[in-house]
Design a protein around this ligand. Structure first.
Ligand code: PLP
Length: 281
């Protein structure tokens, strides 16, 4: 069935929605995006996603081309019009259409597109198998831009080996997964994840899960770790708006926690799901 999508102020069937061939998102990847999970027809961690969107736009000297009240209204309207109970809403904002030029245009009208995607987010997690791969992305990974070719190519390396995803490595240390933040649980129960910098996306699920872990009195270390340390860890996992807390059960052909989700990750995964249901708006 065709979805209803939102394009520059209009709700349209997806087949009728268009943007210009001169859109700078298409020509220069000059745009940002956000992805918000939907559970029981409600938005998960919405405030965090909006705050990060505003930060991404600011870093690229772009405005939010719609009021924040209207933006929430569009999210809700798309949930209703598409009868979405579980899945995600994608939001794309570009600098708009202009004559092709490396210089940012002065008066281009920004493009804003939102669409829904159905996804079984609350299904039990069986765990994913990952490989490591060089991080070939640019230097501002903290900005959520639409330039996703490098992580897409990296994910294809994993698929070519029959695995689910890749953890990217720079200067010997894991940065993050192709579309998720990466964590290990040490043998003495500490949660380790890379510290925030320009090297990784500041995950909204990461922030929520670390808050939850702190409330559970778990010890957290925000620092870089190697693939070798991860292979020797008790457990590992990833987080993302479209994956929630997802166990990692194999890293470069080395199985973790007996090749099935371990107790710490299983607990965090269940609690995050419960908390998200309660707090969704
Ligand atoms: N890191 C990268 C590179 C991502 O693309 C994503 C999500 O798309 C994440 C981390 C997780 O971020 P969030 O939890 O905000 O979805």
């Amino acid at each position: 069935m065709s979805r209803t999508v939102y394009v520059n102020g209009s709700y349209l069937p997806e087949e009728e929605a268009t943007v210009s061939i001169f859109d700078r998102g298409f020509l220069f990847a000059d745009g940002v995006y956000e992805v918000t999970a939907v559970l029981d027809g409600k938005l998960v961690d919405y405030a965090g996603h909006t705050a990060r969107l505003e930060r991404s736009l600011k870093e690229l000297k772009m405005d939010l081309p719609i009021s924040t009240e209207e933006l929430l209204q569009v999210h809700r309207e798309l949930i209703t019009r598409n009868n979405l109970t579980e899945g995600a809403i994608y939001l794309q904002i570009t600098r708009g259409a202009a004559d092709r030029d490396f210089v940012f245009p002065k008066d281009a009208k920004q493009t804003i597109v939102l669409f829904t995607q159905v996804k079984p987010l609350s299904a039990p997690k069986t765990g994913i198998r990952i490989i490591s791969a060089p991080d070939i992305r640019w230097g501002r990974r903290d900005i959520k831009t639409v330039q996703l070719l490098a992580p897409s190519m990296t994910k294809m390396l994993a698929k070519a080996e029959g695995k689910d995803d890749a953890w990217m490595v720079q200067d010997g240390f894991v940065t993050e997964g192709t579309s998720c933040n990466a964590y290990i649980v040490t043998k003495d129960g500490k949660i380790v994840t890379r510290d925030l910098s320009h090297s990784i996306l500041h995950g909204i699920t990461r922030a929520a899960v670390l808050k939850l872990a702190a409330e559970l009195d778990m010890e957290i270390e925000e620092r870089a770790f190697t693939i070798e340390e991860a292979q020797n860890a008790a457990e590992a996992f990833v987080t993302a708006a479209t994956a929630f807390v997802n166990p990692v059960i194999e890293i470069d052909n080395v199985e973790l926690s007996g090749g099935k989700p371990g107790p710490v990750v299983t607990r965090l995964s269940q609690l995050y799901l419960e908390e998200s249901r309660k707090a969704a708006v």
